[in-house]
Each structure stands twice: as C-alpha cells, then as structure tokens.
Design a protein around this ligand. Structure first.
Ligand SMILES: Cc1cc2nc3c(=O)[nH]c(=O)nc-3n(C[C@H](O)[C@H](O)[C@H](O)COP(=O)(O)O)c2cc1C
Length: 340
C-alpha cells in the first residue's frame, strides 16, 4: 500500500464533502471540511497550507555521510520523529453518520504505537468515547494524550480523574480555541468558554502531569500560557475554522518562539503536509508538529495500515530533507537551514 492507494480507497469510503485531494489544502472543499463548526468565510485551511509554501529550505550536501537521526524526546519519552497525530473529537457529523471516532482513535493509536509516536486524541463529548479511548491507550503502549474541550473546570477535573485513574497518560491537554465553535457550545449545553490564566493554572496544578494548552496564536497568548504553567503549547487556529482572518500558524510561529522558546515545549499544526513542512516548522522554533486531516483521510483509506503508511511517508520526507540540508539530528535544525 502506498499513499496513492490510500487516497483511492478513501474516495470509496469518505463523505463526498471531502474531495480526497492529492494534497489536503482546503481548496477543492473550500474549507467546508470538517463541516459544522467552521464559521470562517475565508479559507483558513488554505492560508495555513500556503504559508508553509512560502518558506524554502537551504540545501547543503557538503557534509559527512553520517546517518540522520529524526528522534526527539517529549516529557522524557522518546518519539521516533517529532510528530503527533492531532485530535479529532467527532467524525459522524462531518463525514458519515455511521462513522465512529473511537475506531479512528483505536486505529490511530495502534499506528502511532507501531511507529513510535503519540496520538493526541479529541476527548469527544460522550462517555463511551472516553472509555474506548482509555482502552485503546492501554492496548497500544500508552500512546494517547487526551485533549479536553474548554468545558467548566469542574467537568474537566472529573475527566482528568478518569484518565489519571485508568490510563495515566504522558500529558493532558486543554484546547482553548474551541471556545469559538458555536456548534460545540450548543453540544456542551452552553458550557464551552474561554479560560483565564488562573483557570488554566488551576487545571495544570490539578492534573499533576505535563500540561499542554492548544490554540495559541500570539506571543502574548503564549506568555499567558507559560504564566499558567503550560509545559507545552500548541500553536494552532483549529485548522482555520474558529475565526476568520486569523494569520496562518506559520506566520506567527517565529514570534511565538522568540517569546517563549526554552520556557515551554512549542508544538504547531495547521496545513503541515509533508516532512519538508515539519523541517521548516522545526527550523522556525517548533519542537513537535501535529497533522490532522490527512491522517483522517489515511484512516478512511486503510485503517491502521493506512495511517502507518502516511506516518512513514512524513518521516522519510523529514529524513531526506535533513540529509539534503546537511543536518544529522533534529537539534541541528535551525533558522540557518531555511529562507523566506
Ligand atoms: C473532523 C475534525 C475534528 C476535530 N476535532 C478537534 C477536537 O475535538 N479537538 C481539537 O483540539 N481539535 C480538533 N480538530 C482540529 C485539529 O486537531 C487541528 O488543530 C486542525 O485540523 C489543523 O490541522 P490540519 O491542518 O493538519 O488539519 C478537529 C479537526 C477535524 C478535521
């Protein structure tokens, strides 16, 4: 199975809203995927994708022919390359009514376990999603990091207890930008809302684990996350769905890195579609990248094997880019290795 096979298979299973493009860039679907929730009249998905296109990598092959090591460490755990698969809270409404996000989580965690990386899973809204995600995490080498919607702190703490008791994940994450998804607010009985520094600090202290805040788009926001005690931030605009006319994540990454690099782990998502894009993000100050929609397409195209094949593709592209840019380890990737 290669990526072309995965795309062909996915076309047979996925909802017609998704056009299963050779490169997922939001153009053919007009950022209508993932459907409900997007309130952006522009095309933030394309903006995210396009911003990475404007960055070039500096090729330099006059270097020792030594092996390339793509591995990194996250909170003490070794990842074979600097990628997490991104959270998806539901797929029923967006794709097919009969689809089950728990099966996606299961296949994704299995693929991530086999490839030595982690799956940040959307906590979803229903108890059965949480229970199944915990079971998948236990079955697959504890590869799951729960990502909680911005519910009340009381409710998030209950979920933290549940995951702590049964899964003991490597870290826990709260996504703050989902506060801008009207459909989610409705589904959560009106409880989804923005969070103050004090509220986030309370969650960080309560969870007692490395704490990640997803949905940071400014240096000021990153500093507030650090003030709240975030061990990692995810630079993300939710795939360009939560607010129109936000910048692309690649456009804000460097100023955020300048503000908080060394004080927290920096992750980024939004339109990252190749190992070359991962290389660019690392050069701009990210430590880890996340990819969402193409992983879902790979799931539709081949389940666990499809996702594993996609992960292999990203990893080998990163390895090749490092090799061709004269870089042998991830920590050698720097701003010197890219140009604008
Ligand atoms: C179907 C779908 C569901 C999503 N659900 C969640 C979610 O529950 N929690 C969350 O933090 N992000 C969610 N996201 C956002 C992604 O995790 C990610 O931030 C975004 O899609 C950008 O990555 P991409 O350009 O690689 O798709 C969802 C995205 C999609 C496509």
């Amino acid at each position: 199975m290669d990526y072309a096979d995965i795309l062909e298979n996915a076309k047979k299973r996925i909802s017609s809203n998704c056009k299963v493009c050779p490169v997922c860039n939001g153009l053919a679907c007009g950022n209508t995927m993932p459907g409900p929730g997007s309130k952006a009249p522009g095309n933030g998905a394309y903006d995210n994708y396009n911003a990475w296109r404007k960055i070039r990598v500096n090729m330099d092959t006059i270097t020792a022919a030594e092996p390339v090591d793509t591995s990194v460490r996250l909170f003490g755990r070794k990842l074979s390359f600097p990628l997490l698969t991104a959270p998806i809270g539901s797929i029923q409404k967006q794709f097919n009514p009969t689809d089950d996000v728990s099966d996606f989580n299961e296949q994704c965690m299995a693929a991530c376990a086999s490839r030595g990386i982690l799956h940040a899973f959307g906590n979803g809204l229903y108890r059965w999603v949480w229970d199944k995600a915990i079971a998948s995490g236990i079955a697959h080498d504890n590869t799951g990091i729960p990502v909680f919607n911005p519910d009340t702190n009381e409710h998030i703490k209950e979920l933290m207890d549940l995951y702590q008791d049964k899964l003991q994940p490597l870290a826990m994450c709260v996504v703050v930008d989902s506060a801008g998804l009207p459909h989610l607010k409705t589904l959560m009985g009106g409880r989804g809302a923005t969070k103050s520094v004090d509220e986030l600090r309370e969650l960080k202290e309560y969870c007692g684990l490395p704490f990640i805040i997803k949905g940071i788009m400014t240096a000021e926001g990153a500093c507030k996350a650090v003030e709240a005690g975030a061990d990692a931030i995810i630079v993300s605009n939710h795939g360009g769905r939560v607010l129109s006319d936000t910048p692309a994540t690649a456009e804000v990454l460097m100023e955020i890195a300048d503000a908080v690099k060394g004080r927290t782990v920096i992750m980024v998502d939004g339109g990252i579609r190749s190992g070359v894009d991962v290389f660019k993000a690392l050069a701009m100050g990210a430590d880890i990248c996340l990819i969402c929609r193409p992983v879902l397409i790979s799931y539709y195209g081949g389940g666990e094997a499809g996702i594993a094949c996609y992960l292999d593709k990203i990893r080998s592209e990163l390895e090749d880019t490092m090799y061709m840019c004269g870089v042998h380890s991830v920590k050698e990737i720097s701003r010197r290795t890219i140009r604008f």
